[in-house]
Design a protein around this ligand. Structure first.
Ligand code: ZN
Length: 255
């Protein structure tokens, strides 16, 4: 997980079609409330995954999944941080409905996510430190602000406060509950991701080994070329755009 800086300008489609769709849900909620019916959104508009929204997220997140940091670009899904249709505090808990229907088209609530993180692991899970403090309808503005999500919000939180690395294994920082919960729910140490972090970690170790012989290598033209290439890799792997930048930064900081 690395910090996501979304552009402050919301994609226009969310302000037009998105707000119109949100208004329909809110009116339906109030109608159900008046009639004493159970409210459930029958169908969400697809506007949240409009190509403009997706491409804005791809740019903001450098094509990477907001949780596992693997590159997905167009293969990624547009994910809701707060689930739109219904949410669960844990995998065994009952589904609480409605979900955050009024945030289904909210720019702040949308992220690019790989389909494994989105569908297989996160799904409807949205645990809170206190499950009783939860916004349940579009009028619950104060409750929404008071919620304490246990999953790290990549655009509001600094993930490095919560998740660090022991070699290529993600682990909680200072026993952070939010770090631990995010690693567990999003399976950030699943083999498919961990193996790819391991490959990069091992290459970093080889590079470091070579750099211990920097003085000798710098004496020849070829050696200088190798050193420059290695240093260029080590720099670019720590940039926001790099896959697994969080691990690379943590590894290279702990020298
Ligand atoms: Zn992912």
């Amino acid at each position: 997980v690395i910090r996501v800086h979304k552009p402050t300008t919301t994609p226009a489609i969310l302000l037009t079609d998105g707000i119109a769709a949100r208004d329909v849900h809110c009116a339906a909620y109030e109608d159900a409330e008046r009639r004493g019916h159970v409210f459930q959104v029958r169908r969400f508009s697809e506007v949240y995954r409009h190509p403009d929204v997706k491409s804005a997220l791809i740019t903001a997140q450098h094509g990477k999944c907001c949780f596992c940091e693997s590159r997905v670009y167009e293969d990624g899904d547009v994910e809701h941080f707060r689930p739109k249709a219904g949410c669960k505090q844990s995998s065994n808990a009952r589904m609480e409905r409605p979900g955050y229907y009024w945030l289904a088209y909210d720019w702040e609530n949308l992220f690019l996510c790989c389909s494994a993180c989105n569908s297989r692991y996160k799904g409807n899970l949205f645990p809170l430190a206190d499950g009783n403090i939860r916004a349940q309808c579009h009028r619950d503005t104060a409750l929404l602000a008071a919620e304490l999500p246990l999953l790290i919000d990549p655009s509001r939180d600094d993930p490095t406060d919560h998740i660090g690395f022991n070699r290529y294994d993600a682990c909680p920082v200072n026993d952070s509950l939010r770090g631990r919960t995010t690693i567990r729910i999003m399976k950030l140490n699943r083999r498919a991701i961990r193996d790819r972090r391991m490959d990069k970690w091992q290459t970093i170790q080889v590079y470091r080994q070579i750099l211990t012989r920097e003085d000798t290598l710098a004496k020849t033209e070829d050696g200088r070329k190798v050193l420059a290439e290695i240093k260029q890799h080590l720099t670019s792997w720590q940039e926001d755009a790099a896959e697994f930048a969080a691990m690379c930064r943590a590894t290279l900081r702990s020298s």
